[in-house]
Every structure is written in C-alpha cells, then in structure tokens.
Design a binder for this molecule. Structure first.
Ligand code: FAD
Ligand code: EPU
Length: 307
C-alpha cells in the first residue's frame, strides 16, 4: 500500500539487515516495523513477530528471521517525564545510558546499578538488566504491555523478575514502564556509580552483546572460560575477548555461524555447564516467535520452540 494511503498511525516498514540494529553487528535481514503509537504496535503484532530493543543482548542468525520485527520509535524514547519527583512513566525505547545520566543530574538514586548497560528500557525490563550493584527491577513499579491487541498494566511483582530473566506473557510488547527513584543528590549518585564503573573497567570496548553466558551458581563464567585458557580463541571474525573471557567480540567481519561455533567450543571445553545469556533469533534452540493475535482474536495460540 502506498505510504500516503496508510493511516497516520501505521508503522513504517523496511527490510533491514538486523546486524545494523544489534550491538554485535551480526545477523541477516528481516522486515522491520517501526511503530510510533500504540495503534501501530497493535497493527504490527497481528501477525507473527519479534520485538527488538537496543539489540544489545541478541544474536541473530545469518539468514535473518521470516517474522516481522517490531521496533518502538522515537515516540517511545523521550525521558523528559522523569523529573525531580522520581516517579514516572517512560516509553520502552528510552535508552538506558541517557536515563542513568538524567537521574544523576536530577539527584535521583535507583539506577546506579545499570550504569554502562546499552539497553532500551523495555529490553532492560525483559532481561532484568543489572549488575551486582542493582537491577532495573529494583526501580520498576509496573509496566504497560500490548498483549493480544490490548493494552494492559502489570505490576512489577507479577513479572517474574530474577537474575537476567523475566516471565512476561508470550507475545507481550512492553510499551512503557513506571520507575520510582529515590531523591538523593547528584554527588551521592555519582559516588555510587563510581563503584559500578570500576567493576566494568575490565570489559572490552569492541562490538559485543555483553556477557555471552550467565554466571553458574557460585562461580563466574568469565573466570571459568579464562581458567580454561580460551582468551583470544577465534573462529572467523569472532573472538573470546582478551580483556574479559565472558565477552565474544566481533573483530569486524564475524558471522553468526562464527559466533555459534565459538560458543560451542567454549561449552565443549569448560567442564561446568554454561547457559547462554543472549536471546537468539533464527538459530536452533533460540527464542520462540511471538504469535500474532489475528485472525484468532479470542486467546493466543501457543508459542513454538522454533528458533
Ligand atoms: P534486545 O537485545 O533488543 O532484546 C533482548 C530481549 O528483550 C529480546 O527477547 C527482545 O525480544 C526483548 N525485548 C526488547 N525490547 C522489548 C519490548 N519493548 N517489549 C518486549 N520485548 C522486548 N546486561 C546486563 O544485565 N548487565 C550488564 O552489565 C550488561 N552489560 C553489557 C555491556 C555491553 C557492552 C553490551 C553490549 C551488553 C550488556 N548487557 C548487560 C546486555 C544487554 O544490554 C541487556 O541484556 C539488555 O537488557 C538488553 O536490552 P535491549 O534493549 O538491547 O534488548
Ligand atoms: N574473571 C576472570 N577472568 C576473566 C573475567 C573475569 O578470572 O576474563 C574473574 C574476575 O577476576 C572475578 C570474576 O571472574 O573474580 C567475576 O568477574 P567480573 O567481576 O568481571 O564479573 P562477571 O561476573 O564476569 C558480571 C555480569 C556483567 C556485569 C558485571 C559487573 C554476568 C554474566 N555478568 O560479570 O554483566 O557487567 O558483573 O557487575 O552476570 C552481562 O550480563 O552482559 C554483563 C556484562
């Protein structure tokens, strides 16, 4: 349909290399639906879909994905609702780094633990992003979701937040999140951030998707991979970082196949079972596709295990 014939709230649709929307810069193409209103998200989620935030915890297969990829646009990226009172509804596409800076300027405490995480707010909620100094869930009060074409509010306590996990209903798109931060001073917030910054100093600056594996109980995946002598191990353009062994870096021309093979080599070498932290799309064992809510408006069809 020509653009002019579309209703103003229709999503903008483009075929894009998902590599361009992820921090690892790996992955094939998909049809990306950029939405600037809840109505557009509603339309975009009528057929099978996936949701992308900052793309900072994603490994996308070289063949891309056949489903539409829903992306929240600028209308969801404005952090100005957060003022000195500290209690605000914010769009799910608000970039976390800018939000952390804004909170510091306003003298609001509660986001120090997520310093340095290149997520969007919605993706941070889904992954319950954080560090040992704090997680997004600490400040989260409730979320607004698009689910089966309807907007619903869900309290944070019902989201099943844990270590790098949430239990959102399948097919939910986080539209907005309500955060509650505590009045403090910019100086005290900066002081708390300094400890987080120090803990992150050993992490690589090259293209990555953060830590590849979750830490197993009582240990650190980075320590285990390092102790196995795997720093610098390389498959094609993908390498175990010299700075931190739980980071896979893209040296410039890595493919998803390179990255997958590298992860397999790590798992085959390290004696302790390691669970991959990244969401994987278009790859075996990856994240299930969210089912569109049409043409079966009553209830959702079950998600599949297809990667
Ligand atoms: P994406 O990677 O785009 O998506 C992740 C998942 O969330 C996908 O399943 C996606 O479908 C879903 N999703 C995203 N947005 C929405 C939405 N609006 N509605 C519904 N589903 C959605 N993580 C940490 O926890 N701690 C760290 O210290 C940390 N450090 C990192 C450092 C670097 C350099 C990098 C590159 C990554 C790091 N990460 C870290 C990983 C990553 O930033 C987090 O997992 C983050 O929460 C991912 O958010 P995102 O917006 O990029 O989500
Ligand atoms: N270690 C090594 N060699 C390495 C890396 C680490 O021996 O190459 C050792 C360290 O010396 C330390 C231990 O492993 O004793 C833990 O390392 P670190 O303090 O760097 O923390 P981490 O557990 O590896 C976690 C998160 C990071 C988060 C940092 C900072 C996980 C999987 N990782 O890393 O989160 O930024 O703490 O708090 O939970 C992410 O999830 O993507 C991520 C980057």
């Amino acid at each position: 349909m020509p653009a002019a014939e579309r209703a103003p709230h229709d999503p903008a649709i483009a075929r894009l290399a998902l590599a361009s929307l992820t921090t690892l810069k790996v992955g094939g193409e998909a049809e990306v639906w950029t939405c600037e209103s809840d109505g557009a998200v509603r339309d975009a989620t009528r057929a099978d879909f996936r949701v992308i935030g900052g793309g900072s915890n994603l490994l996308v297969g070289d063949g891309g994905v056949p489903e539409r990829v829903v992306r929240l646009g600028r209308a969801y990226a404005d952090a100005r609702a957060l003022d000195a009172n500290g209690d605000a509804w914010l769009g799910a596409a608000v970039p976390l780094p800018g939000l952390v800076r804004r909170a510091r300027r306003l003298g609001l405490s509660g986001l120090e633990g997520v310093l340095g995480i290149p997520a969007q707010l919605g993706g941070a909620v889904v992954m319950n992003a954080g560090t040992r100094f704090g997680e997004i869930g600490d400040a989260l009060q409730e979320v607004e979701l698009m689910l089966d074409g309807r907007v619903e509010r869900v309290p944070a306590a019902d989201l099943g937040l844990g270590y790098r996990r949430s239990a959102l209903p399948p097919g939910a798109v986080v539209l907005r999140a309500r955060l509650r931060l505590t009045p403090s001073t910019p100086e005290r917030v900066a002081q708390a951030e300094a400890a987080v910054d120090a803990a992150r100093r050993g992490q690589p600056k090259a293209r990555s998707a953060g830590c590849a594996f979750k830490n197993p109980p009582g240990d650190a995946a980075g320590r285990l991979i390092d102790a196995a002598g795997l720093k610098g191990l390389r498959v094609g353009g993908a390498m175990i970082a010299h700075e931190h062994a739980n980071f896979v870096v893209n040296l410039g021309d890595a493919t998803a196949a390179d990255v997958v093979l590298l992860l397999e080599r790590v798992r085959a070498t390290v004696a302790v079972p390691l669970e991959i932290e990244w969401r994987r799309w278009g790859l075996p064992g990856g994240e299930a596709t969210a089912r569109g809510w049409d043409p079966e408006p009553v209830g959702r069809r079950p998600a599949t295990d297809e990667g």
